[in-house]
Ligand binder design. Structure first.
Ligand code: 5GP
Ligand code: ZN
Length: 114
């Protein structure tokens, strides 16, 4: 299920443009609008989940898919020498967009280590 007024649901529906780097029936990945590193991608499920905190056993395949995509997309984007994966979760976790997303950060450092 999607949420009408959610920014990332709108991106998943194509209502807000994004620089997509990957899409399948369950998942979409696109460039972060304010990159914090030379490579900064976001991987999201098309289905709406507020955050990692509401996901559990039933979402293991989806979470595994998103995680397994990270190295593939990082490499395609040119982060050949390593990358980081970050999932900010909830208010105290610094999450600003309340639709789960996996940050993939790579490219030559120095860039700010979160
Ligand atoms: P959070 O702080 O919730 O973990 O990360 C949200 C991320 O979404 C931020 O890095 C921010 O730059 C990115 N972002 C926010 N709005 C948009 C948008 O409209 N398009 C894209 N591509 N990224 C966005
Ligand atoms: Zn959403």
């Amino acid at each position: 299920m999607q949420k009408e007024d959610c920014l990332f649901c709108k991106i998943a529906r194509g209502e807000i443009p994004s620089q997509k780097v990957y899409e399948d029936d369950e998942v979409i990945a696109f460039k972060d609008i304010h990159p914090a590193a030379p490579v900064h991608l976001l991987i999201i499920p098309k289905q709406h989940y507020d955050s990692l905190a509401v996901m559990g056993k039933a979402e293991e395949p989806l979470l595994g898919k998103m995680l397994a995509l990270a190295p593939v997309l990082a490499k395609e984007a040119g982060a050949n020498n390593g990358f980081r994966v970050v999932i900010n979760t909830g208010h105290d976790g610094g999450q600003e967009v309340n639709h789960i997303h996996v940050h993939v950060l790579g490219g030559p450092r120095p860039w700010t280590k979160l």
